[in-house]
Design a protein around this ligand. Structure first.
Ligand code: PLP
Length: 411
């Protein structure tokens, strides 16, 4: 670094995923799109590699008047959006706790505000050992670090014992703790915690020191693409029953649910035990917003408010999304079946945009696959394939190619 102070961050020359994605684009330009598999993208693409945008949502965007997009939005979000996004996040469930909403630029903003407000400089934030890399970027950017627990036990289930050990260790060392759990349809594995897993988590908190505060950030970025919307929201009542020293925060992203990735819209929603905790959440998080991105984009907030104000329109959006969600689920199932057939080990997978394969040499395997014009993302402990950005046909083909490259390199 020449002028830049690194301040505890590791700043790469190039974002790894965007780097691979650029090489995939170059290969497509050179060899044609039917000769290249781009399994790197974290957005839902059609079988021709084109970004899927919900037509019903697009239509609403086109109706916006200047008054509906040009003025600054209030820091915490426009009131109609705040009501709508609660419904989007909770579905039919009505929380018993006290909820407050703060608009954020995508789900990312909620992660940033949660870490900055519910941990102290130098603290460690607890995440699973398979995790979305920006968690670390966000944490180190504001002077925190990441600590990981083992996501899976030997039976390929949520590793509640290792989760517990890490929670106890960190609560001993710190006065407060932020935990991020990305479920359902976790990135990068596609795993979803069961309701029983959430109950086990609650049971742990019931026995931890009640004078230590825990912010439990539930990153539900993929909740509307996992399967039946209500079924995948069955864990929400467990959040409502957490002890008073645990504050559940839902990190909701409009990026995927409404195919609005570039509009940067999302929300953080607390489920607090008392009104005072909820009010404090709101004022602190709005303060952080003001001190980082100020207010959020008004246009997508207006669009979401309009969708929820019109039941017919809401149904159109839901129906359209359900079709693409089912397509995504078919791709995931096809990938799983093909992996099973060729004996490729996958990290426990349920649904969603991504699947991961554990291996000791992910960088080498990914480089080998690139020679075949298959672009996937090497992580610390394996390779991630985006089933969201591959056709069903490619989902059937890619596992055998991964397996073959692994075997070739093992020789
Ligand atoms: N959390 C996870 C695990 C993600 O993968 C993403 C997007 O890729 C997000 C949150 C939020 O993304 P955005 O800020 O684009 O809404």
């Amino acid at each position: 670094m020449i002028f830049v102070r690194e301040n505890g961050r590791t700043i790469p020359k190039e974002d790894k995923i965007f780097g691979i994605s650029n090489r995939a684009k170059e290969a497509i330009a050179k060899y044609g799109k039917d000769k290249v598999v781009n399994g790197t993208i974290g957005a839902l693409m059609d079988d021709d590699g084109k970004l899927i945008v919900l037509k019903s949502v697009d239509k609403v965007f086109k109706t916006l008047t200047p008054d509906e997009y040009a003025p600054y939005a209030p820091i915490g979000g426009i009131p109609e959006f705040k009501e709508a996004i609660k419904k989007a996040a909770f579905g039919k469930y009505e929380p018993k706790g006290f909820t407050e909403v703060v608009a954020t630029p995508g789900g990312t903003g909620g992660i940033r505000n949660t870490i900055s407000n519910f941990s102290a400089p130098g603290d460690r934030v607890l995440v699973a050992d398979w995790f979305w890399a920006p968690y670390r970027t966000i944490a180190t950017e504001i002077g925190r670090e990441i600590q990981t627990f083992k996501f899976f036990d030997e039976e390929r289930k949520f590793n509640i014992e290792d989760f517990k050990a890490n929670v106890l260790e960190l609560l001993e060392a710190q006065d407060s703790l932020v935990i991020i759990i990305n479920s359902p349809a976790h990135n990068p594995t596609g795993y979803s915690l069961s309701v029983a897993d959430w109950r086990n988590i609650k049971a742990i908190f019931e026995k931890t020191p009640q004078n230590k505060h825990v912010a439990l950030f539930c990153d539900v970025a993929y909740i509307d693409f996992a399967g039946d919307e209500e079924e995948y929201r069955q864990f929400l009542p467990v959040l409502d029953e957490m002890p008073e020293n645990v504050l559940p925060v839902i990190g909701y992203s409009a990026s995927k649910t409404f195919t609005m990735y570039g509009m940067r819209c999302g929300a953080m929603i607390c489920i607090a035990k008392t009104p005072a905790i909820a009010v404090e959440f709101k004022s602190a998080c709005e303060f952080s917003s003001r001190g980082s991105w100020s207010n959020c984009n008004r246009a997508p907030q207006t669009v979401i408010a309009k969708i929820f104000a019109d039941p017919e329109l809401k149904k159109m959006v839901d129906d359209e999304r359900a079709e693409y969600r089912d397509m995504l689920i078919r791709r995931g199932r096809a990938f799983e079946a093909a992996a099973k057939e060729c004996g490729l080990e996958m990290v426990p997978f349920d649904a969603g945009f991504f699947a991961s394969m554990p291996m000791p040499n992910p960088d080498e395997v990914a480089a080998e696959l690139e020679k075949e014009n298959i672009f996937l993302v090497p992580l610390a402990k394996g390779i991630r394939a985006s089933v969201a950005s591959m056709s069903e046909e490619n989902c059937k083909m890619v596992p055998a190619r991964i397996k073959a490259c692994m075997e070739k390199l093992a020789k």
